[in-house]
Write a protein that binds this ligand. Sequence first.
Ligand SMILES: [Mg+2]
Length: 225
Amino acid sequence: MKVCLFDIDGTLINTGKAGKDAMVAAFLEAAEVTQLDHALHLSGKTDRGIFGELFDLHGKALTEENWQHFIELYLARLEKNLPQRQGLVLEGVVALLAKLSQRDDVLLGLLTGNVERGANLKLIHYGIDHFFSFGGFGDLHPNRNDVARAALEAAEAYYGHPISPRDVYVIGDTPNDILCAQAIGAQSVAVATGVFSISELSEYSPNLLIENLADLDGISSFIFR
Ligand SMILES: [Mg+2]
């Protein structure tokens, strides 16, 4: 059995900053600060890691209590922002997911830095949640490599049998997606639909490097070669 683990932001969808703006507003409220002291770069990071970093940078102590408070504020903002922004499902995504989900030799899951409830809000808003049965999420892990391990465990629990990491394909738009695939011995498919260019991504030696997910035959022939 093969497993495709999809990143969300910059890979499946672009929320038109609905997520980033929700995160900033939730942080300002949870940390009781008036403005961000530093530029915020989200790509490839986990929600838990981003929030921890923000607290560090602003000299605040991160506790379980303010993490939970932040998440509640973030989810409420995200739900409000999603329909108000000009987001979209990226090119080729729906056709690829539909094609893969018809096969009985591959399972589709998520490998995302989003907290699980945030991931669900985003995917439901864009109508692609039904393609995914399991995933690794950013609720617990500041480091994406740990999310990758959690996603592989979730795939095995769903399937009910061990899965060889060599049969796992991590599809994402950042160097961290490529690196977390390498960390678990999986294969990486890098797409240049986020903030990183083909040449930037190529420095991390992904197994397949493509402009976007519209090349169904190319992706299928790589995964099922
Ligand atoms: Mg991404």
